[in-house]
Design a protein around this ligand. Structure first.
Ligand SMILES: [Cu+2]
Length: 236
């Protein structure tokens, strides 16, 4: 190999390495809960309700901590903190929440600013969907929804953590929707895992927020493709 070919070869390798280092990466990880969470409470008014109660064979409980056998924690909203102005919500597929057996499913959800939130009513029961944002610019709305009635639509213009949704007909019905001004977030599943796809290279603060266990953050860097993160929250 003469020097010219060697130089070209090294240059090509450097270019390839450079291109790869600029690729977006996926942030994946697992959230676990440390300690023992408080016992969930029975929702007696739901079981006692003449219509809603019939849809449950046992008394439903609150779902504050959804934890697996090894501490895997669901319903944690994981996001890149401090990113803004990157929303693709207007063109994103709607996020869907259902009202089924007089409960919100899912109870914890995350969307982008401008993204449509579709709310279904799968129950043979009148619900009303009452959003209660607190950030200026996010309007409060209260819409009745007939039994098995047409879908409702909500959206928010400003980023806000855990916007509360409630049903005024059934006082045990709550859900929370976090709104981000970017697409870099995920909600942990029943196995505690999450995935935030296609994150541009860079240094970030990863934030994990749980309604009851609070917030933990971790500094991460996306540079050579995928990043794997383990996060733990304390039971409170
Ligand atoms: Cu309701």
């Amino acid at each position: 190999m003469n020097m010219n070919i060697l130089t070209k070869s090294l240059l090509a390798s450097a270019l390839v390495a450079g291109v790869f280092s600029l690729q977006a990466g996926d942030i994946t990880g697992t959230i676990t809960l440390k300690g023992t969470p408080p016992k969930e409470r029975d929702i007696a008014p739901l079981k006692d309700d003449p219509t809603c109660g019939k849809m449950h064979s046992t008394t439903p409980t609150t779902r504050f901590y959804v934890v697996g056998g090894k501490g895997e924690l669901a319903d944690v909203v994981v996001s890149l903190d401090g990113v803004s102005g990157k929303s693709t919500g207007a063109s994103a597929a709607p996020a869907v929440m259902d009202q089924k057996t007089c409960l919100y499913i899912p109870q914890i959800m995350a969307v982008q600013t401008g993204q449509k939130i579709t709310i279904k009513n799968s129950d043979p029961v009148l619900h009303n969907v009452h959003s209660q944002p607190t950030v200026a610019g996010n309007g409060e709305e209260n819409k009745a929804q007939m039994p098995n009635g047409p879908d409702l639509s909500f959206s928010f213009t400003k980023a806000e953590d855990f916007v509360k949704f409630k049903c005024d007909v059934h006082p045990w019905m709550f859900a929370w929707v976090s709104v981000f001004d970017h697409p870099y977030f995920a909600v942990s599943g029943a196995d505690g895992t999450f995935k935030i796809a296609n994150v541009p290279p860079g240094k970030y603060t990863l934030k994990a927020a749980h309604r009851k266990a609070g917030v933990v953050t971790k500094e991460i860097e996306v540079k050579d493709g995928a990043v794997s993160v383990e996060l733990a929250l304390d039971a409170k």
